[in-house]
Design a protein around this ligand. Sequence first.
Ligand SMILES: [Zn+2]
Length: 65
Amino acid sequence: MAEDKKGKKPHKNKPTSKKYAHYKISGDKLSKDRNCPRCGAGVFLAQHAGRLHCGKCGYTEFSKK
Ligand SMILES: [Zn+2]
């Protein structure tokens, strides 16, 4: 049996999604970052200067002062 099959790509490590970084536990309470109103729970908005942006659907929310 041939071990080196053609068509198989070598496994490469991909950067994992850092969804865990959006969850913060303070004491007994679990606080989450803002979710996307279009995509729903589980899709977090990326925080930029003065705005929140969803990378999935493109939703942008401007934060007011
Ligand atoms: Zn979205």
